[in-house]
Design a protein around this ligand. Structure first.
Ligand code: COA
Length: 332
């Protein structure tokens, strides 16, 4: 038995912020941001929390699949911007949806959250530990970026993507393989310095802006280029997949140049790469499910298509997952 994605939807906030908006108060330009990252605009959620972006996407998933909230068995929320430290955002989603029979938890693997979560959820379903899993990748990055740090704030956006994982008797489709990695030595290059048990919040941590994303962009960039390309090439090789066999690379959207390096290592043409970084920036755990949702909505996925999902993020965490699409047509 395999686990397959039986429905997918996404939510992005309505408010659009283009590169010129940043240039109006920071020493930056539309040209610099476009050329160095591929980002043109992103969405920020003005009011509400991460769970408020998940709930509309989750409702759309249930409607697509014709299920009631009470039929959800397990909710996993992949995020680095939970509504609060605790209770989990999964618990908030459960309450807001009225998913009265669901248990669940949050998973933190930063930008690799969705790939990690998909592997965990698929194995849970395959093992019979859950009848279905509502897997959510969502982040409100605007709540943890320093809008005075031009090298960081222009990169991120807010959004949510949700899939439903269910068992299928057809072993040829669904989540087929994954190569997942972690290297804690990378922690010091991309992190939030304070707010946890190591450095609890204080007037000093607030004054020092330690509750925001801190990163050494160039070091992360180099590690991401190598890491994402390595696992993506490795998963193709391990499964005997040639470039012609792959319908789509669905990569984490951190920087167009990182995506391009991965694509070239896999030997794929540009038209086989899912891109939305230009419109949404880096939405962290949401990038991949939003891409999947848009591909499905736009009729670009066919049953039997081989998809390679690839990610790199804080930790470091990274990974690549082979998924064979199982749905026919477009969402109802
Ligand atoms: N506008 C204009 N100039 C900027 C800028 C901005 N928004 N941000 C940085 N710069 C400047 C830098 O200050 C630097 O100036 P200097 O040479 O005078 O010091 C110059 O641009 C080059 O900076 P550099 O860091 O070498 O640029 P880069 O080509 O590496 O691009 C990132 C910077 C952040 C876009 C890139 O490193 C990146 O994408 N890294 C990965 C980050 C990431 O994806 N993190 C999320 C998790 S995966």
């Amino acid at each position: 038995m395999k686990a397959h994605i039986s429905a997918v939807a996404h939510y992005v906030p309505p408010d659009v912020f283009d590169n010129n908006w940043f240039a109006s108060f920071l020493d930056t330009s539309d040209q610099w941001i476009r050329e160095r990252t591929g980002i043109i605009e992103r969405r920020f959620l003005r009011k509400g929390a991460t769970s408020d972006m998940i709930v509309p996407a989750a409702r759309a998933v249930l409607e697509q699949r014709g299920l009631s909230p009470a039929e959800i068995d397990c909710i996993i929320v992949c995020t680095v911007t939970p509504d609060q430290f605790f209770p989990s955002t999964a618990a908030n989603v459960q309450r807001k949806l009225g998913a009265s029979n669901a248990w669940g938890f949050d998973l933190n693997a930063a930008c690799s959250g969705f790939v990690y979560g998909l592997w965990v959820a698929a194995k849970l379903v395959e093992a019979g530990g859950a009848r279905n899993v509502l897997l959510c990748g969502a982040d409100k990055m605007s709540s943890i970026i320093n809008f005075e740090d031009r090298a960081t704030c222009v990169l991120f956006g807010d959004g949510a993507g949700v899939v439903l994982l269910e068992p299928t008797d057809d072993d040829s489709v669904g989540v087929l393989d994954a190569i997942i990695r972690m290297d804690g030595e990378g922690g010091r290059y991309l992190y939030m310095p304070a707010g946890g048990s190591l450095r609890p919040p204080s007037l000093e941590t607030v004054a020092n802006k330690e509750h925001y994303v801190h990163q050494d962009g160039q070091t992360v960039f180099k590690a991401a280029v190598v890491g994402m390309a390595d696992v993506s090439a490795a998963i193709m090789e391990r499964n005997g997949l040639q470039p012609d066999d792959v319908a789509w690379l669905v990569p984490h959207q951190a920087n167009l140049r990182i995506i391009d390096a991965t694509r070239r290592r896999m030997g794929l043409p540009e038209e086989k790469v899912a891109i939305n970084i230009d419109r949404y920036g880096n939405t962290t755990a949401a990038t991949i499910p939003i891409c999947l949702s848009e591909l499905y909505r736009d009729g670009k996925l066919r049953r039997g298509d081989n998809l390679i999902l690839a990610s790199f993020g804080a930790g470091y965490t990274w990974g690549s997952l082979w998924l064979r699409w199982s749905l026919q047509g477009t969402p109802e």
